[in-house]
Design a protein around this ligand. Structure first.
Ligand code: NAD
Length: 483
């Protein structure tokens, strides 16, 4: 098997070594071999981006729009093939993988339009004879570092705005999912960009970080991943000599879904099932805390357990599968550790939690979603991000306690409330301390054209996606012009 190469300065460059990309639904299946770039190659990628930066920044908006439109259309045309690759390397059921690929296509097409919409402001000065112009310029070379749980959508929502706003890119995907990243890079390589405007380096973040963050030619770093890595990365970005790098961090979550007495039971159960367990719970926006008021608690738990019994755990690419495997053995161990911890903390397992080392003769990382009841918000499993199919139901007396519990977390990415009262919905919408609030909708699942991001320890820096992406991918210039 020939390894898929890195893409540096407009050329495909093999790495000094390569890693196997393993299918979590069947660990005998090697999706492909993917290069692991050396640190020197990552520096080469940064240098190539720096060399291309002036030309890409000066490109006409229509050129950028056409390139992004080309990428979006090809992703869309190859949707089924890319979704199959995504399901195979990450373990997301095919239907969800198709949705993610479609979303990536929409993101590129949205930012094709954004390239043409860049504008500025012209203001009167407070002083006579002057006018003030406010314009946006590209920030410069950007390093984009992504996690494994959305192998194509998260790269898309960083690469598309970066390129649309005239920045040269060095993209480093997560080690576990180089397949979608490489396929995306291959499409971008044919989109008509100048050599070096887009670069792909694959491999370990720890090994390549010194180039992606510390290299003085990198103007900005956009990172999505764990809180621990994000904190380290931000510290390095400001510690380096000379100009500091601008940093955008999207990190963990411990998102609450509040279910109030007056909720529509079917809606609440559907929100919980989707929010907590779809994508095997491996979403930063997953509803891992289900905060339920006493009047509906028992009915809610019974109905949710009934729906959980209908889930089909299996190979992500098999028709009918509704829950795929956990992404790898390390994440599986983490999920199992938290299931054991929840038990030892006194929570009661109402459903699931069984690990299957194989299903229908296929070795894989299979874990039946686990629902705990009689849990409290002080239990560690309800405070720390698990990033797997594990959720705790927290029973509360009333809406006031529900709101207090929902906000009692270090994180603030997404929060949901299920209620049929407009007045209560409005109150929660205002009072939930999260970047995104969902009313009678799952905490996970967002639109491609509106801001995405959180508060507290979930995020740092400006929002991603939509028009708001310009806050990170451009720098503002204020010019005073004497008439
Ligand atoms: P991770 O932090 O282990 O890795 C994320 C990326 O950072 C990978 O590409 C990795 O190679 C790279 N990396 C690791 N160490 C590095 C270093 N020292 N320097 C530079 N890069 C480094 O996270 P993960 O396990 O891939 O993803 C899971 C985490 O991502 C969860 O915490 C989840 O909540 C979070 N996440 C957040 C969002 C969001 O938008 N808030 C979305 C998806 C996932």
């Amino acid at each position: 098997m020939k390894p898929h190469a890195n893409y540096i300065g407009g050329a495909w460059v093999p790495g000094p070594d390569a890693a196997e990309n393993i299918n979590p639904s069947d660990t005998r299946d090697v999706v492909g071999l993917y290069a692991r770039a050396s640190l020197e190659q990552a520096h080469d990628a940064v240098a190539a981006a720096a060399a291309a930066q002036p030309r890409w920044a000066a490109s006409l908006p229509q050129q950028r729009a056409d390139a992004l439109d080309f990428i979006g259309r090809e992703i869309e045309q190859r949707g089924p093939e890319l979704a199959d690759l995504l399901a195979r390397e990450e373990g997301k059921p095919l239907a969800e993988a198709r949705g993610e690929v479609q979303r990536a296509a929409h993101i590129f097409r949205f930012f094709a339009g954004e390239a043409l919409r860049a504008g500025g402001e012209l203001l009167p000065s407070t002083r006579a004879g002057l006018a003030v112009e406010i314009t946006r310029e590209p920030v410069g070379v950007v390093s984009l570092i992504t996690p494994w749980n959305f192998p194509i959508a998260i790269p898309a929502w960083k690469i598309a705005p970066a390129l649309a706003h005239g920045n040269a890119v060095v993209f480093k995907p997560a080690e576990l999912v180089p397949g979608c990243a490489w396929a995306l890079a291959e499409i971008i390589s044919r989109a008509g960009l100048p050599a070096g405007a887009f670069n792909l380096v694959m491999g370990s973040g720890r090994a390549l970080g010194p180039a992606l963050i510390d290299d003085a030619q990198v103007a900005a770093v956009s990172f999505t991943g764990s809180e621990a890595t994000g904190r380290q990365l931000a510290a390095r970005a400001v510690a380096r000599p000379g100009a500091m790098a601008r940093v955008q961090l999207e990190m963990g979550g411990k998102n609450p879904l509040v279910v109030l007495d007056d909720a529509d039971l079917d809606v609440a159960v559907a929100c919980a099932l989707n929010g907590a367990f779809f994508s095997t719970g491996q979403r930063c926006t997953a509803s891992s805390r289900l905060v339920v008021t006493a009047g509906i608690h028992d009915r809610f738990v019974d109905a949710l357990v009934a729906r959980l019994q209908g889930l089909v755990l299996g190979d992500a690419r098999k028709p009918g599968t509704t829950v795929g495997p956990v992404v790898d053995a390390t994440q599986l161990q983490q999920d199992l550790k938290y299931i054991a911890l929840a038990r030892s903390e006194g929570a009661e397992l109402a459903f699931g939690g069984q690990h299957h080392a194989e299903l229908e003769g296929q070795p894989g990382h299979y874990l039946m979603p686990a629902l705990f009841i009689h849990s409290t918000n002080t239990m560690r499993f309800n405070r720390e991000e698990i990033f797997g199919p594990v959720a705790g139901v927290i029973r509360v007396a009333d809406a006031d306690e529900a709101l207090a519990v929902a906000n009692d977390t270090a994180y603030g990415l997404s929060a949901g409330v299920c209620t049929t009262s407009l007045k209560t919905a409005a109150h929660f919408k205002r009072q939930l301390q999260a970047g995104m609030v969902m009313v009678n909708a799952p905490t996970a699942g967002v639109d491609p054209h509106v801001p995405f991001g959180g508060r507290k320890a979930s995020s740092h820096g400006p929002r991603e996606q939509g028009r708001y992406a310009a806050e990170f991918y451009t720098v503002v210039k204020t010019a005073y012009v004497a008439a």
